[in-house]
Design a protein. Structure first.
Length: 118
């Protein structure tokens, strides 16, 4: 059973950087695509970035492209989201998720709050 725990959220000023980490339990982490999602108050959860099992292919949404970078270290069972040039509209709860066995995003962390003030 894969469990995901996010860390690294907090309060930041606009223009600053934060790095989120998602630590996964279990020996099969390296098999799965991973993603970062976010949900702002009153809005639907949206995919921010994703990465294939080996890190060869990444995706970033238009709203964060050129500012956020997803990466992973399979030996550490960890996926990261480097967030640069933060904007107030990046304020949200950020979740990491795993696509277990190609069945969609079916394992989620508890989320970490990111608040960006202007």
């Amino acid at each position: 059973q894969v469990q995901l725990v996010e860390s690294g959220g907090g309060l930041a000023l606009a223009g600053a950087s934060l790095r989120l980490a998602c630590a996964a339990s279990g020996r099969t982490f390296a098999r799965y695509p991973m993603g970062w999602f976010r949900q702002a108050p009153g809005k639907e959860r949206e995919l921010v970035a994703s990465i294939t099992w080996n890190g060869a292919i990444t995706y970033s949404s238009d709203s964060v492209k050129e500012r956020f970078t997803i990466s992973r270290e399979n030996v550490k069972n960890t996926v990261y989201l480097q967030m640069d040039s933060l904007k107030p509209e990046d304020t949200a709860v950020y979740y990491c998720a795993a696509d277990i066995n190609g069945l969609g995003w079916n394992r989620w962390g508890q989320g970490t709050q990111v608040t960006v003030s202007s």
